[in-house]
Design a protein around this ligand. Structure first.
Ligand code: AGP
Length: 372
């Protein structure tokens, strides 16, 4: 009913709007006043976490994209090797696991069969399994050694939105927790990231309030034959997620690429007017990755692409290469997906509705995939 949808036409729109609160709820009680990470609820001992010498993140679909982003954060903060793998591929490859391997399984529903089978395989090999899950008491957290729940609230729309962002928040908490316990980050370094993390819901609210232009753009793009997405670093999984949302909701061809890989083949796809959504990192710091993405934007534009550029507000130089500029509030590089994903969710949702699709119930899809 309309009441259940909180006045929105679709659950998906409601869930997109709930994201700032979902992040705040997921952080609640897990950060101290002094900016430490408080994760006593995770039933793995500090000694277990100190003994970890390898992390695997295993998930499907959007949850897999959250894992891809977590890899950047974990390797940067914790300095332990971290691999991310699709659950449906993981166990068939006979991965190398033992007691000192931490396997993080990410699942909104907690019932995804591919992820559950990967988790069982990891446990058979004696790895420690930590679940990130949004559904209390579901099978995946019950079978894991430990769980960190995302507090996103029920997600009804088939397309994952708030679950994705809260999974990211959970991954950041785990990464910082590991770095804190293992002493690889100083307390003030952890506290500085925590402070930024705490500020993200405010930035997200500001961003959500100015998405009108994205809605207009969406109506314009509804007849495109393909939309490409490019990004580097954590912007690469964001590009993959933007493309996945478009496929599942709008039933359009879409593909995400690592921007640097374009010249190795995919750039041949670019034709006059091909829409390319470009996720630009922050120019803060040395801005090395940001400059690389900007030159990739120039490359596609020189071949006729119509560029839709998602960049940090104040990054005025990108304007020259953007047919459409979508500014997002400043966030440190590793946390930026909490912002940059939002316009892509709205873009996909609006293109899909402009094409007459039911975004809550896309064809051929189920909310949780309980078959292998
Ligand atoms: C995302 O929009 C999807 N519908 C899908 O990819 C989903 O993320 C995937 O099936 C994993 O589900 P889970 O998080 O419940 O395990």
């Amino acid at each position: 009913s309309a009441a259940e949808k909180g006045g929105y036409d679709y659950f998906m729109l409601k869930e997109i709007a709930e994201q700032p609160q979902a992040i705040a709820d997921t952080l609640l009680g897990r950060l101290s006043e002094r900016g430490e990470i408080l994760l006593d609820e995770v039933r793995l001992t500090d000694q277990d976490l100190r003994d970890v010498d390898k992390v695997f993140i295993v998930a499907c679909g959007t949850s897999f994209h959250a894992g891809m982003i977590a890899k950047y954060a974990i390797e940067h903060w914790v300095r332990i090797p971290c691999e991310v793998e699709l659950a449906s591929e993981f166990r068939y490859r006979d991965p190398i696991l033992d007691r000192s391997t931490l396997v993080i399984v990410i699942s909104q529903s907690g019932e995804t069969m591919d992820t559950l089978m990967a988790l069982r395989h990891a446990k058979e090999q004696k790895a420690r399994v930590l679940a990130i899950c949004n559904t209390n008491g579901s099978t995946i957290p019950r079978e894991s050694d430990a769980v960190l729940y995302t507090h996103g609230g029920p997600e009804i729309a088939v397309a994952s939105t708030k679950a994705f962002l809260t999974q990211l928040a959970a991954c950041y908490l785990i990464g910082l927790h590991l770095a804190q316990i293992r002493g690889v980050m100083y307390a003030d370094e952890v506290a500085a990231v925590v402070e930024k993390l705490r500020q993200t819901p405010d930035g997200m609210r500001i961003l959500l309030d100015r998405m009108e232009e994205v809605r207009e753009l969406a109506r314009d793009l509804r007849t495109a034959s393909t939309i490409l997405f490019i990004g580097r670093h954590v912007g690469f999984p964001v590009a993959l997620e933007g493309a996945l949302k478009l496929k599942e909701l709008a039933y359009m061809h879409a593909e995400g690429f690592a921007a640097g890989e374009l010249k190795h083949g995919p750039i041949a796809l670019i034709d006059e007017g091909t829409p390319v959504v470009c996720v630009v990192p922050s120019p803060a710091g040395r801005g090395v990755i940001r400059d690389k993405v900007v030159s990739n934007i120039q490359e596609v534009r020189a071949r006729g692409a119509r560029t839709i550029v998602i960049a940090e507000e104040g990054d005025e130089d990108v304007r020259a290469f953007a047919d459409h500029l979508i500014p997002v509030p400043h966030t440190p590089t590793l946390l930026a997906p909490l912002m940059t994903t939002i316009p892509l969710q709205i873009l996909a949702c609006e293109i899909a509705t402009a094409r007459g699709n039911d975004v809550d119930q896309p064809r051929n899809l189920a909310k949780s995939v309980t078959v292998e």
